[in-house]
Design a binder for this molecule. Structure first.
Ligand SMILES: C[S@@+](CC[C@H](N)C(=O)[O-])C[C@H]1O[C@@H](n2cnc3c(N)ncnc32)[C@H](O)[C@@H]1O
Length: 196
């Protein structure tokens, strides 16, 4: 959605961009790896080593902030500019939550297409138990437009399973972490590994 891309461009132009925090622990580190919606490279930084890494995002401002090393591609996760079966692993970390229902379907089907048979899909996305659930204007079920214009969707585990039902589930768990904001407020993420 062009409007969402412009909103992300504005976010990444800000001196205090929306998406920050420490990089995750080392993630998949095998073969040719594609991160969809790589943003300013927080996850990409955890992906150096044995992998040949490609980061894709639709925001040029995000890509300009990425660390040196990975190949960077400006593109749309709903229409990937890669051949069928060309990656050993695909990451969608906090991408699906920013898409509408039909876009989530398109992104999942593109991830399936570009993964080789037996390749790994790694997913992270907010769950309905996250403290931000319900904030903003509801635009679809469990999907809200926040004040800055960014869309946030919050998943139930079974909904994510249905979206990714063309893959084989290896693991799907919910990670819940207390935050410092208020007593009882939690960051809740679904973390999954699937295989093509
Ligand atoms: C919350 S950030 C996640 C950044 C990164 N994955 C990480 O874990 O640090 C979401 C990213 O998805 C990108 N994005 C959203 N919709 C996209 C689309 N249709 N195609 C490509 N990138 C998209 C945004 O520009 C943003 O950089």
């Amino acid at each position: 959605m062009k409007e969402q891309r412009e909103i992300w461009e504005r976010e990444y132009r800000s001196p205090n961009p929306l998406w920050k925090g420490p990089p995750p622990e080392a993630v998949l580190d095998e073969g040719r790896v594609l991160e969809l919606g790589c943003g300013n490279g927080k996850t990409l930084t955890a992906l150096t080593g044995r992998s040949e890494v490609v980061g894709l995002d639709h925001s040029i401002n995000a890509l300009r902030s990425c660390p040196a090393g990975p190949s960077l591609v400006r593109g749309d996760a709903l229409h990937l500019p890669f051949r069928d079966g060309s990656f050993d692993a695909v990451l969608m970390h906090h991408l699906l939550q920013h898409l509408l229902a039909d876009e989530r379907e398109a992104a999942a089907s593109e991830a399936l297409r570009v993964l080789r048979p037996g390749g790994t899909l790694s997913v992270r996305t907010f769950s309905v138990r996250d403290m931000r659930f319900g904030k903003g204007t509801e635009v679809e079920r469990h999907t809200y437009r926040r004040g800055n214009g960014v869309i946030y969707h919050y998943f139930e585990a079974d909904e994510l399973r249905t979206l990714l039902s063309s893959f084989v589930e290896i693991e799907l768990r919910e990670e819940i972490a207390e935050t410092r904001f208020a007593k009882g407020s939690v960051r809740a993420e679904l973390v999954g590994t699937f295989r093509r």
